[in-house]
Design a protein around this ligand. Structure first.
Ligand code: HEC
Length: 116
């Protein structure tokens, strides 16, 4: 009976310790997020295959991206990535991405496709 009482009393403590550890590790991920990891996590689904008409991010599609930057301007395509356009969801579905993180991800996409 005494052991049982002991278990019941310590269980919440053990559980609390677990959640603390998880919080710490997910906070670590947020700090580590750069354009490349956001791209791999959120954007690659559409932008590697062209799903839903997404412009493919690859060297073969370099001209498309160069054209976008030239015609619309870098800031304009960053804004579209943030607000969404047609089948492109706002922030590419990364609702907790900051504007700066989206900007870094667009830079990464342009680098991957070799756009100038
Ligand atoms: C559900 C599929 C999907 C996902 C996920 C997605 N995109 Fe897109 N994206 C699209 C489509 C479709 C377009 C083309 C929209 C159009 O112009 O009609 C597009 C276009 C773009 C463009 C070009 C905008 C322009 O000016 O034409 C950029 C930049 C972009 N996406 C960035 C991103 C980033 C950054 C992410 C991840 C954070 C992302 N996308 C995730 C579907 C997606």
């Amino acid at each position: 009976m005494l052991i049982r009482f002991f278990l019941i009393m310590t269980l919440p403590l053990v559980l609390a310790a677990c959640t603390d550890a998880e919080d710490a590790s997910s906070a670590g991920e947020v700090v580590a997020r750069d354009g490349a990891s956001i791209y791999r996590q959120y954007c690659v689904v559409c932008h590697s295959s062209g799903a839903g008409g997404a412009p493919v991010v690859a060297k073969e599609n370099r001209l498309h991206w160069s054209h976008e930057v030239e015609e619309e301007g870098f800031e304009a395509i960053v804004r579209e990535a943030i607000n969404g356009v047609n089948a492109m969801p706002p922030r590419g579905g990364c609702m907790d991405c900051s504007d700066d993180e989206i900007r870094a991800t667009v830079i990464h996409m342009l680098q991957l496709s070799g756009a100038k």
